[in-house]
Ligand binder design. Sequence first.
Ligand SMILES: *[C@@H]1O[C@H](CO)[C@@H](O)[C@H](O)[C@H]1NC(C)=O
Ligand SMILES: *[C@@H]1O[C@H](CO)[C@@H](O)[C@H](O)[C@H]1NC(C)=O
Length: 261
Amino acid sequence: MNKLVSLFCIFMVLGASYAQQPTKPAVSTDLVCSPCIEFMTNSINDVFKYIVDAGVVGSCGKVCSLLPNQDEAGACDFLCMIVGVKGFMKIFAMEDPDPILMCNELKLCPTASNPNATINVVDVPSSAQQGETITIGMNYDVVTPIGTSQIAVNIQDPKGNVFGGVELLINPSVGPSPFDFQFQATPSKNEPFMPGVYNVQIDICYGTCGSVHKEFKTLATQYANFTLTPGPHTTGSSGTPTGSGSGSGSGSSSGNGYYFY
Ligand SMILES: *[C@@H]1O[C@H](CO)[C@@H](O)[C@H](O)[C@H]1NC(C)=O
Ligand SMILES: *[C@@H]1O[C@H](CO)[C@@H](O)[C@H](O)[C@H]1NC(C)=O
């Protein structure tokens, strides 16, 4: 196996459509699941630093007001008030803290007892030129409800560097849905985009892809590849990759839209 090198920082931006809402779980998770995952992803270090490690106990208002960032404190208060300060603080004792699992356990995100999804179509150009925008298209099929889940796209360049993105799916509707991941393959210092064969792996997972937690699992995996050919060496930025999930479910960006292996 290649040595894994952190190299690319690629964000996915979701064009979330709220037009078709899936069946709602008992707890209305639409308004709280995504903020919860965002908070657990972005603010956990501050929660440890200013509250848990400091050994502070007290009301939601008291513990949350210790967070230095106003938005963070506000989100903390909002989530803590819903679940109660005891349950809220208990979640930070989790081993290998995982944002989706934490929010599942707080009952702020939908879970699924028998999740099943498949990836039916992966559409990747057989070759593309440096500088071009490359679209990795796919169609996934939610067979039975999959609760809070992820699509992870990982692309390995010819030298073994891996980049990609992760999309959070919150209760996507049962049935087929398209999903695209796009990036511009313009070489730069940090993103060499050298010519050669790029291997693509797409996973759809119940919970967090690649998680150590036994509650979670990979539901389906597909592979593809494309060849990048030399192109005009343009200068300037390599552009912002975007992912566009479409339609089903209230998808939303996890706020941690890149993955380094
Ligand atoms: C998931 O659904 C597919 C399509 O119906 C089926 O072939 C497969 O066996 C199911 N997988 C599991 C683990 O139930
Ligand atoms: C790329 O994908 C094609 C079609 O799926 C496959 O036949 C080929 O072996 C793959 N090449 C590499 C280098 O993985």
